[in-house]
Design a protein around this ligand. Structure first.
Ligand code: NAD
Length: 502
């Protein structure tokens, strides 16, 4: 059921922010931002972005293709070379980033409503994320004045120093599962370190990226520094990856598409950073605080309806705990309400699309046919919207399809282990390496296992906590390069060594 009507908010009463978000949706077609102007696609094409809770069209969005990417690259290149951007003082760049953070904070509720309408996670979650976005811009606001080079030891006849400089024109391509945060993770460092940017949000949920760009424009970023080009992967995304005048590409999405982006980037050998998929192990030892560990285990596989790259989708429990853990996890997950993301007690909103829902349900079939025990859920919830109930499989073997492939839905695999070595071996026995967690009261074991796990981020006695100061990125086929933290300097700058003979 897809209608072209602009979706009204779910009853009951609308908050002012909800009304503001709906007014913005109704204010007209959503255009591309190129060179400081909001423009239609050159082809005149548009596409619909759909509310996954109601299956109604929220807005029509201009659909960029290669001609628009070319125009965006020209604008971004001109802005990069212009003194209005490359010549401004680091202090001015800091001020701009702080103003963006303030604008995001002021408009956080409206952004959260739009995000909820467009991608379906609960409103409270999205409000927290909008505030997180303000913090990401504030974090990067501190960097322009601290982007140090070095002077290197030389004999007295020579002077040698290293400068850290921007990459140039950066293409940023995002997935749909946390659009606003991912936009901030890329725009903030790109701008803080002096680059210009062209961002393609995912076609499934482009709205908050567009609204964020309006806010960024309003604080006085020079034209062409940030360009936004919603569109499809095979056209706009592929054109960005292959473009000969883009210097860097930062991609977040599936491992399969990440590989395509990397291959397409070889024409001009642009620098590439890849944030890809995951199948993260969450390991609970018998001495752990089980109440906290099991509650957290449910939270991580249900959050965002399981559409989180770092979700702990493989829950390893000591074999002595398997039955008790299964029963308790299923009991807790059964209390998680599936429904409208605007209801305060909803824990799981819809998945992003019919396609994603069908994909997730096909993994439920695979789990059952390969002999895993379905201990909870496994079905769609309702018949409008793409809702799937929390689903728990127990007695899973690490070789089964549901334990190996990224499902990106609220599906947990509980896998027994014999001892520490077995837990580490099985935890690492995956092509991915994005995140992992270990739960134990034994501090030596905690650090031993954290060190042995091959993942870009490891939590001890917690899951999914983050902070802009912490870098994020993958080992193995979860990608390379790091977002956030000091390490993101490497992703958005390059170094120049200068030598002078005295
Ligand atoms: P996807 O790979 O299908 O799409 C991601 C983006 O790539 C979209 O903008 C899409 O339009 C674009 N794209 C598609 N084909 C392209 C091509 N040929 N060239 C260039 N761009 C192309 O991923 P998805 O389904 O949108 O998102 C889910 C995936 O993203 C999961 O695998 C998840 O783990 C991953 N993800 C990773 C992180 C992380 O930080 N590691 C964060 C969020 C999501």
């Amino acid at each position: 059921m897809t209608s072209t009507a602009i979706a009204e908010a779910p009853a009951p009463a609308l908050t002012p922010e909800h009304r503001k978000a709906l007014d913005w949706l109704k204010s007209g077609p959503k255009r591309l931002l190129i060179g400081g102007k909001w423009v239609d696609a050159q082809s005149g094409k548009t596409f619909a972005t759909v509310n996954p809770s109601t299956e109604e069209t929220l807005a029509m969005v201009a659909e960029a293709d290669s001609a628009d990417i070319d125009a965006a690259v020209v604008a971004a290149r001109r802005a990069f070379e212009s003194s209005t951007w490359s010549g401004i003082s680091p202090h001015e760049r800091t001020r701009l980033l702080l103003r963006i953070a303030d604008a995001v904070e002021r408009n956080a509720k409206e952004l959260a409503v739009l995000e909820t309408l467009d991608m379906g996670a609960p409103y409270a979650t999205n409000l927290g994320r909008a505030m997180q976005v303000a913090e990401i811009f504030r974090y990067y606001a501190g960097w322009p004045t601290k982007l140090f080079g070095t002077t290197n030891p030389m004999d007295a006849s020579r002077f040698q120093y290293m400068l850290r400089e921007p990459m140039g024109v950066c293409a940023l391509i995002n997935a749909w599962n946390v659009p606003l945060v991912m936009a901030a993770n890329k725009i903030a460092p790109a701008l803080a370190f002096g680059n210009t940017a062209i961002l393609k949000p995912a076609e499934q949920a482009p709205l908050t990226t567009l609204r964020l760009a309006e806010l960024i424009e309003e604080v006085g970023i020079p034209p062409g520094v940030l360009n936004i080009v919603p569109g499809f992967g095979a056209t706009a995304g592929a054109a960005m990856s292959a473009h000969m005048d883009i210097d860097k590409i930062a991609f977040t999405g599936s491992t399969a598409v990440g590989r395509m982006v990397l291959q397409a980037s070889t024409g001009n050998l642009k620098k590439v950073s890849l944030e890809l998929g995951g199948k993260s192990p969450n390991i609970i030892f018998p001495d752990a605080d089980l109440d906290r560990a099991l509650a957290s285990a449910v939270d991580t596989f249900c959050k965002n309806s399981g559409q989180i790259c770092s979700a702990g989708t493989r829950l390893f429990v000591h074999e002595s705990l398997h039955d008790e853990a299964t029963e308790r996890v299923a009991q807790i997950a059964a209390t998680y309400k599936v429904g409208s993301p605007f209801d305060a007690d909803t824990k799981l909103g819809p998945l992003i699309s019919q396609r994603q829902m069908e994909r997730v349900l096909s993994y439920v079939d695979a789990g059952q046919s390969e002999g895993a025990r379905l201990s909870l859920g496994g079905q769609r919830h309702g018949d409008v919207g793409y809702f799937v109930k929390p689903t728990v499989f127990s007695s899973v073997s690490n070789t089964m399809t549901i334990a190996r492939e990224e499902i990106f839905g609220p599906v947990l695999s509980i896998i027994p282990f014999k001892d520490e070595d077995d837990a580490v071996f099985k935890g690492n026995d995956t092509e991915y390496g994005l995140a992992a967690a270990v739960w134990t009261r034994d501090a030596s074991r905690a650090h031993r296992v954290a060190r042995a796990l091959k993942a870009g981020r490891v939590w001890i006695n917690t899951y999914a906590e983050g902070d802009p100061v912490m870098s994020f990125g993958g080992y193995k086929q979860s990608g390379y390069g790091r977002e956030l933290g000091a390490e993101s300097i490497e992703a958005y700058t390059q170094t120049k060594s200068v030598l002078m003979r005295l």
